[in-house]
Design a protein around this ligand. Structure first.
Ligand code: PLP
Length: 382
């Protein structure tokens, strides 16, 4: 039987090939490779889809976060509260602007920031909060914005894994002062290369973001600050414009897959096996379907399940095996094992099952049957 990969980027292409090819060929013939109407059109289209008045496209989700922090003039001496259970870019960019990432505990059911812990971590040095809508599951943005507003803090949403997700009736990225998106190919809206965007309701911030992504320049060759070069290529912009109208349907398919997994696997839940839960008030877009295996004292049960699934042709992934506060890169921040036990336990337990919109019903059934088999075998040897 054909193996089922954790994700697949080739099955989608044929469904959009005619439009995508035509759009790319048009750019190739136009000579407008950097900036130009294609990028402006995509920015306008994405702003509308994400419920934000402004969108500034850039080269990656990482640059989106970096530019957002720079636009808010966050730097040395400032503290930024964020999650230890995310991709490195979330915290790397805070360090890159010279500020200090302050990691707080996460909620084991949603994998997202524990907002009570966020509140407790606020000091006079705190300038901003960077929530991550991890695996497509939105953070409770109503509560987070109330906390931030009471303390006059900025909120930069890391929406990299949650394009199209909603808290309440509004898309993520439209709640905070700035919303940062990634178009990395495996994200819900993926380019055919790197890409990113920032959304905001604030016209001045949008203008500053454009200035910063363009070498700190508003007027050509006059540079008011040290910026960077971070542009979305025209080729990527037209590909994203072709793909964006399909996003709701692709996200619905991810949701159907998550429902299917839930129905098929719920009977296995116990002390050593838990499924992700969609929380009330939010609409997840299931960038990942991430289960928890073992009691979290070590990675052995998860790794054993992962190996046996691999042997039987089911690909999985571990996001993330080491929380950010324990990364070598942040050794200087003086966190130790035991400081954030829930995040550390999750790092030993999490396992993401195959998840991409084109995953067939037959393949989902195979994933469910194989997980059921392999978990039973694991339980017998435990
Ligand atoms: C992918 C990702 C990023 C970075 O996006 P790139 O486009 O790869 O630079 C940032 N934060 C999170 C949570 C991500 O998953």
């Amino acid at each position: 039987m054909k193996p089922i990969p954790a994700f697949n980027l080739t099955d989608q292409y044929p469904t959009i090939a005619a439009a995508a090819n035509a759009a790319v060929l048009e750019v190739l013939a136009s000579g407008a490779y950097i900036g130009g109407p294609a990028v402006a059109q995509f920015e306008a289209q994405f702003a509308i889809a994400m419920g934000s008045p402004h969108c500034v496209a850039c080269n990656s989700g990482t640059d989106a976060l970096y530019l957002a922090l720079r636009a808010l003039k966050i730097g040395p001496g400032d503290e930024v509260i964020t999650t230890p259970f995310s991709f490195i870019a979330t915290a790397e960019t805070i360090a890159a602007v010279g500020a200090t990432p302050v990691f707080v505990e996460v909620d084991p059911a949603t994998y997202n920031l524990d907002l009570t812990a966020v509140e407790k971590a606020i000091t006079p040095q705190t300038r901003a909060i960077v929530p991550v809508h991890l695996f497509g599951q939105p953070v409770d943005m109503e509560r987070l914005m109330a906390i931030a507003q009471a303390q006059h803090l900025w909120v930069i949403e890391d929406c990299a894994q949650a394009t199209g997700a909603q808290w309440g009736d509004r898309p993520v990225g439209s709640w905070g002062h700035l919303g940062c998106f990634s178009f990395y190919p495996t994200k819900n809206l993926g380019a055919c290369g790197d890409g990113g965007a920032i959304t905001t309701a604030d016209e001045t911030l949008a203008a500053d973001l454009r200035m910063l992504r363009e070498h700190g320049m508003r007027q050509r060759y006059y540079h008011e600050t040290v910026g960077i070069n971070s542009r979305l290529d025209a080729v990527q912009a037209v590909l994203l414009a072709v793909k964006l109208p399909h996003l709701p349907e692709w996200n619905q398919r991810r949701t159907a897959i998550a429902d299917h997994y839930h129905q098929g696997l719920a009977h296995l839940e116990g002390d050593d096996f838990a499924l992700p839960r969609a929380i009330a008030g939010g609409t997840s877009v299931w960038n990942q379907y991430t289960i928890r295996v073992g009691d979290g004292t070590g990675p052995a049960p998860r790794d054993r399940l992962r190996e046996t699934l691999q042997e039987r042709g089911i690909g999985t992934a571990v996001y993330y095996p080491l929380p950010l506060h324990l990364q070598e890169a942040f050794r200087g921040l003086d966190y130790r094992p035991g400081h954030l036990p829930i995040a550390e336990r999750l790092a030993h337990q999490v396992l993401s099952l195959p998840m991409f919109p084109e995953l067939t019903e037959g393949d989902r059934d195979r994933v469910i049957a194989t997980v059921t088999d392999c978990l039973s075998a694991l339980r017998q040897t435990a």
